[in-house]
Design a protein around this ligand. Sequence first.
Ligand SMILES: [Fe+2]
Ligand SMILES: [Fe+2]
Length: 252
Amino acid sequence: MPMDDLLQPVRQFLQCATPSAWLAEAMKPERLAILLQDHLVCELKAAQTAMYLLRRYACDTSSAQTLLHWLQPFEAFAYRFNGDVDSLKQAEKLQKKIIGRSDFAHSDMIIDKMVLLIREELHHFCQVLEIMQARDIAYENITASRYAKGLISQCKTHEPQLLIDKLICGAYIEARSCERFAMLAPHVDETLGQFYVSLLRSEARHFSDYLELAQVIAGKDISARVQFFGALEAKLITDPDEDFKFHSGSPV
Ligand SMILES: [Fe+2]
Ligand SMILES: [Fe+2]
């Protein structure tokens, strides 16, 4: 699929484009380390978000344990600086089948989409780490930007709306990531640019998978809620933001 066809639904879904001031900041050579360090953490967080949804809503108790073990080597690296890229590459694939909970009609759909998503995010994690190592950029524990917190804080607290809201937030985070990778790609060096382009297909699918899950699970029109989170997301992206990160707002 040509890149424009891939990006068209992503750009249509987002209520604003990334401000050119963010791109100008992101292109500065001194921003490369923070961009890659934050990207690395974002890949893990994407896997953790999907993992939470699987464990909370979709899988049986023994599968929930299997899933916890799957992420552990990546969390040990990110939070305790244990392990290396070779051992993480061995841990990317899930070795056991995940069994769905029988009391939730959408278990299998969540499992099919989220297990694939986690596998891809963990693969991206290893790819980012290799790119950092090739450039002598050390991994550091960095603080989270306001972006994801700002979205999640507006989720309702009652079910099933909480699940639907989280899925819509997931769609926005994935869509914005996809838009930013596409925007950055022509302005970074060739290796990094090719890597960003290689991420577009999976990130665009993650966006549409989250949105589809939200629509199917809601079983009714969710466009008002999508609009609500779209406006909030656009505000987080365009409002001034002192903390430069992959998902930050307009640099001040
Ligand atoms: Fe990813
Ligand atoms: Fe993703």
